[in-house]
Design a protein around this ligand. Structure first.
Ligand SMILES: NC(=O)c1ccc[n+]([C@@H]2O[C@H](COP(=O)([O-])OP(=O)(O)OC[C@H]3O[C@@H](n4cnc5c(N)ncnc54)[C@H](O)[C@@H]3O)[C@@H](O)[C@H]2O)c1
Length: 250
């Protein structure tokens, strides 16, 4: 029997939840009964999202966290366990963009992008899986990108990290299935978040032209896809890659 509140009383961590898609995921999950740890490098933004959720009758707390830092990842998982008693869902969503062509890219920029997207996802998975394996249940959703499949000019570091997240997801899905932990990934197309709107207007319009549904996605439309993978509706889905792109680059 599946409850209308798809995440009732589940304890959730969403990284990079201070704005954009992470914020939408935190808010949609809270609307489905989840208790949400809103985690972000930007503590002020995280606090504001957690306050919005609480104002609407949901349950949330903010945690300042840097997913690149093993101690910070450990602290974030412990904060969720201490407050809510478990870690049932992890969404790895934190992001930096830093566009640069491969020839001009510095080692520092390469490291920063790989550290946030790839190393950060692994560190968070490693910590959360300890709790989930102990519980014998849990779901992890890693946010990749359709750029993992297509590549993108000035996005070499980002595309490499997002493609690697697919391999990381499938490996974790195999390693942790015996412990009742499912791991999946979502590949968004174009969504109008602060991060994505920083691109040039011409690039934005070109992406819309390439999208069969003819528009950018609304953040809640991505959040609903993540919700499906996070909740019991997807109980037989693990190691999957779900494109949420309006048909772009299908
Ligand atoms: N928006 C899109 O069109 C789009 C398309 C494809 C994939 N994505 C992916 O979706 C996810 C969300 O994208 P978005 O556009 O909402 O991003 P965004 O740039 O709007 O927000 C990212 C958030 O991550 C936080 N963050 C950055 N570094 C962090 C760190 N080290 N630790 C913790 N938090 C950190 C930022 O403070 C920010 O609040 C990202 O993984 C992104 O790659 C987005």
């Amino acid at each position: 029997m599946i409850s209308a509140k798809l995440l009732d009383q589940r304890s959730v961590i969403v990284t990079g939840a201070g704005q954009g898609l992470g914020q939408a995921i935190a808010e949609v999950f809270a609307g489905h009964g989840a208790r949400v740890a809103v985690a972000d490098l930007n503590a002020v933004a995280a606090a504001s999202v957690a306050a919005r959720i609480e104002d609407r009758g949901g349950t949330a707390m903010c945690v300042e966290a840097d997913v690149r830092d093993p101690a910070s990842a450990e602290h974030l998982v412990r904060a969720c366990q201490d407050a809510y008693g478990s870690v049932d869902v992890l969404v790895n969503n934190a992001s930096v963009i830093k566009p640069s062509t491969l020839r001009k890219m510095t080692v520092e920029v390469w490291d920063e992008v790989l550290d946030v997207h790839l190393k950060g996802s692994w560190l968070m998975m490693r910590e959360a899986s300890k709790a989930m394996r102990g519980q014998g249940s849990g779901t992890i959703v890693n946010i990749s990108s359709i750029v993992a499949k297509t590549g993108g000019i000035a996005q070499g570091h980002y595309a490499a990290a997002k493609a690697a997240i697919v391999g990381l997801t499938k490996t974790a899905a195999k390693e942790w299935a015996p412990f009742g932990v499912r791991v999946n990934t979502v590949q968004p197309g174009l969504f109008g978040t602060p991060g994505a709107r920083a691109m040039a207007e011409g690039a934005w319009q070109a992406r819309i032209q390439d999208t069969p549904l003819g528009r950018a996605g609304e953040p809640h439309e991505l959040a609903n896809a993540v919700l499906f993978l996070a909740c019991d509706m997807s109980s037989f889905v693990t190691g999957a890659v779900l494109e949420v792109t309006g048909g772009r680059d299908m």
